[in-house]
Write a protein that binds this ligand. Structure first.
Ligand SMILES: [Ca+2]
Ligand SMILES: [Ca+2]
Ligand SMILES: [Ca+2]
Length: 550
């Protein structure tokens, strides 16, 4: 009985807040939510998220029994009316596409092709499947372990014994604890050293309260999955979930400063976004992939999170004109640090479109802002072909699921239908003309599975690397380096990349884009706040640093 009352009490308080926030009957919903949060947080375990700041009616919780309603015409959805039906750039690409595998670290260690630079290993943590990192300060790093949901802290090259947080994650395939961003620029109260940091985490939250409780209960025939190159090899990652995940969720935490001795915890979890984490109806047996997961704080101080098509959602945000309304998959979402809709969102002012900064994406493992222009860039993964590096302007449509790279999407590369930003395929979803297709600044025909993307906003590796772009990958263990063109709207590419197409990894070498090799799978890169060097995290728990060789 007491238990029931407790639940009822929590529910009524939650309902009250949601009504107030949704109804916008008050001029200050953020304050109300914060007060309520403080009330609930005061009696809650710090690892238990207590409340959502804002309800997102357009976002269907993943475990909902009610999938989004089918699209009906006349809701403002307008497809591209470009009359051109014959694209002069159309041409059939080579039919043979090689399939790659996950790169292993070189036995002799990672190496660089510039004698003025060298690779230093900062630490081999021994941790498994490390997905992202963020600097709290010089020599002070928070590191995410994808499958355990642990946020580890590394101070002066040593992993502290206790993680700063341990959450319950669904972790099959590409699910898990995926992305982190830290904001010191907020209204979270101040200390001698500045604001108390907000730490934003994106993870696939367990539906049953245990890591890995989404384990497979059945295996289905790989032939039911047409969008998964590695399906057969990953049979264990397929099949129905034992316990479906609660959702792909973006949370905000505070760094607890009550306890010094570098023993701080992450506290006051605030659920900002609750997004789908399961395959759409009809695809339940597919691999649990494409959850994306990188989180960034933009120059506008807002929070950006990349979300993939989540095992093949095919709604309007994936350029299906007859699909369901955008459901929080297939794009880059943006909200304020308090979980509110930003001013003047590019695609429309109401949820769910108001959450989208960009759409038409299959999956991204890398995003960063150009430190000069403030423009967002991303990497995107094709299936059996068609990886991309993109300039992501507000309202950017990347073309998926109609386009991969510049080619018509499908199980094999179709004709090059989308190389001209001014002449995109005519059936793309534009949300009343607000969404704008842009062709990739680099497309690879053979996949490399690009991952992290980072601009080096320092001259510590020499002027030639200042504000250039670094990219990692899964398939080759390469570290790529790209310079931008003069107005920084594209990459400065040499032959055979000058046509913005790499047919294979050899083209990337020949074009001078490969700076290093032997890293294995690079999952994240950051610039050290104390030294201005490039820090590189690999999937197998190693952090490297690129430094001058002398
Ligand atoms: Ca855990
Ligand atoms: Ca694209
Ligand atoms: Ca080329």
């Amino acid at each position: 009985m007491q238990h029931y009352l407790k639940i009822a009490k929590s529910f009524s308080l939650l309902s009250l807040i949601l009504i107030l926030v949704i109804g916008n009957t008050t001029p200050s919903p953020i304050i109300i939510a914060k007060q309520a949060l403080a009330i609930i947080s005061s009696r809650s375990d710090s690892n238990t998220a207590t409340i959502t700041n804002i309800q997102l009616p357009g976002i269907i919780p993943n475990n909902s029994d009610n999938p989004p309603a089918p699209h009906s015409s006349g809701t403002g959805l307008v497809t591209n009316t470009n009359p051109s039906s014959s694209n002069p750039q159309s041409a059939a690409p080579p039919a043979i596409v090689h399939r790659n595998t996950r790169a292993r670290p070189a036995l002799g260690g990672a190496t660089l092709n510039d004698p003025n630079l060298k690779v230093e290993q900062i630490i081999n943590t021994g941790l498994k499947r490390t997905s992202s990192m963020a600097f709290l300060g010089p020599n002070d790093i928070l590191l995410l372990e994808k499958d355990t949901g642990k946020v580890h802290r590394i101070v002066n090259g040593k992993v502290l014994a206790e993680p700063v947080l341990d959450v319950n994650v669904a972790n099959r395939a590409e699910r898990g604890l995926l992305g982190i961003a830290i904001s010191n620029n907020n209204d979270n109260g101040s200390t001698e050293n500045g604001n108390i940091p907000h730490v934003f985490l994106y993870y696939t939250e367990s539906g049953g309260g245990k890591d890995g409780d989404d384990a497979s209960i059945s295996k289905v025939s790989p032939t039911t999955d047409t969008d998964n190159a590695t399906a057969t090899a990953n049979a264990g990652t397929r099949g129905l979930d034992m316990v479906p995940p609660a959702g792909n969720r973006l949370y905000r935490y505070d760094l607890d400063l009550n306890n010094n001795n570098n023993n701080n915890k992450l506290t006051n979890p605030l659920l900002l976004l609750n997004l789908p984490a399961s395959p759409p109806p009809g695809r339940e047996g597919t691999e649990k992939n494409h959850n994306a997961g990188k989180v960034l704080i933009g120059p506008d101080n807002d929070v950006y999170v990349g979300v993939g098509d989540v095992a093949g959602h095919r709604g309007q945000s994936e350029n299906n004109p007859n699909g369901t309304a955008p459901d929080g998959t297939g794009g880059i979402l943006r909200i304020t640090q308090d979980g509110q809709i930003v001013n003047n969102p590019p695609l429309g002012g109401t949820i769910p479109l108001a959450l989208y900064y960009a759409y038409g994406m299959r999956n991204t493992f890398g995003m960063d802002f150009d430190p000069i222009t403030g423009d967002l860039w991303d990497t995107e993964n094709g299936n059996t072909f068609g990886d991309e590096i993109n300039l992501v302007k507000p309202g950017f449509n990347s073309g998926w699921s109609q386009v991969a790279g510049i080619w018509e999407a499908g199980s094999k590369p179709g004709p090059a239908i989308a190389a001209d930003s001014n002449n995109p395929p005519k059936d793309l979803v534009t949300f009343g003309g607000k969404g704008v297709y842009r062709a990739p600044e680099l497309a690879t025909l053979q996949t490399i599975a690009p991952t992290a993307l980072k601009f080096l906003n320092s001259d510590r590796l020499g002027k030639q690397y200042e504000n250039t772009m670094f990219v990692g990958d899964v398939d080759n263990g390469h570290l790529y380096n790209f310079k931008l063109n003069e107005d920084r709207t594209g990459l400065s590419l040499d032959s055979p990349l000058a046509d913005k197409i790499a047919n294979n990894p050899e083209d990337l070498k020949e074009g001078g884009a490969v700076l290093g090799q032997g890293f294995g799978v690079i999952t994240d890169m950051q610039v050290g706040p104390g030294d201005g060097y490039l820090y590189i995290l690999t999937l197998n728990g190693i952090i490297y640093r690129i430094v001058p060789s002398s």
